[in-house]
Design a protein around this ligand. Structure first.
Ligand code: SF4
Length: 181
C-alpha cells in the first residue's frame, strides 16, 4: 500500500524579529509529530534558499524592502496555502511604526548622528535590498489564505492551527486562544 504523501511546509521571516518562528519552535514535542507529517522546504531547519512547490507557507514579518516583495511573491507562487503568521505579517507590526516618519530623515538620523555610525554614511552597497518608503502588511502585496494574529501567536495556537490544516480541516481558533497581543 502506498504511504500518504507528506505535505511540504515552508516558512520565512520578512520584516520580523523571528519571534513568530521561535513560537513555532515552542510547539516542543509536537515538532517530532510535525516532522512525521511534513517535509520542510525553505525554513530555519533546512538550508534551502528558494521556496519550491509547497502545500503550506508560513510568512512572518511585514514587507519592508524590495527583497521582501520578491520572496513573498515567490512564496505565493509556490505555496498552495499561504498563512500570515503574527502581527507584523498581518498589519506591519512594530516595523510599521516608522510609517509616519520620513524614511530619508530616519536613515540620515540613524547613519549620520548615532555614535559609531556617523563615519560611513547611509549604506549603499548594491547587494543591500532597497527599503520601501512604507512597511506593508503582506495582504497588500499577495493574496493571503489565513491570518493567525498575535505577537507572537503562542506555540499552542500555532500547533492547533497547523493540526487542523494538516488534517484537511478549516482552522478555527476561538477566543481566548485567539489573541492580538
Ligand atoms: Fe516579532 Fe511580534 Fe512581529 Fe512576530 S509579530 S515577528 S513576534 S514583532
Amino acid at each position: 500500500m502506498n504511504e500518504a504523501r507528506k505535505l511540504r511546509l515552508a516558512t520565512v521571516s520578512l520584516g520580523g524579529c523571528f519571534g513568530c518562528h521561535m513560537s513555532l519552535m515552542d510547539i516542543d514535542e509536537h515538532l517530532i509529530e510535525l516532522a512525521g507529517k511534513v517535509e520542510f522546504d525553505r525554513s530555519p531547519l533546512t538550508d534551502i534558499k528558494h521556496c519550491g512547490p509547497c502545500d503550506i507557507g508560513l510568512i512572518e514579518g511585514g514587507v519592508c524592502n524590495a527583497e521582501n516583495v520578491h520572496v513573498l511573491r515567490e512564496f505565493r507562487t509556490h505555496c498552495r496555502t499561504l498563512v500570515a503568521l503574527g502581527a507584523c505579517a498581518i498589519n506591519g507590526g512594530l516595523p510599521a511604526q516608522r510609517n509616519h516618519l520620513d524614511l530619508g530623515q530616519c536613515m540620515r538620523a540613524v547613519y549620520g548622528t548615532r555614535p559609531g555610525m556617523d563615519a560611513g554614511g547611509i549604506p549603499d552597497d548594491p547587494e543591500l535590498p532597497l527599503p520601501l518608503d512604507k512597511v506593508h502588511p503582506i495582504h497588500e502585496v499577495v493574496r493571503v489564505d489565513y491570518f493567525l494574529p498575535g505577537c507572537p501567536p503562542s506555540g499552542e495556537v500555532i500547533w492547533a492551527f497547523l493540526s487542523d490544516l494538516l488534517a484537511g480541516r478549516t482552522p478555527r481558533i476561538e477566543h481566548p486562544a485567539l489573541r492580538f497581543d
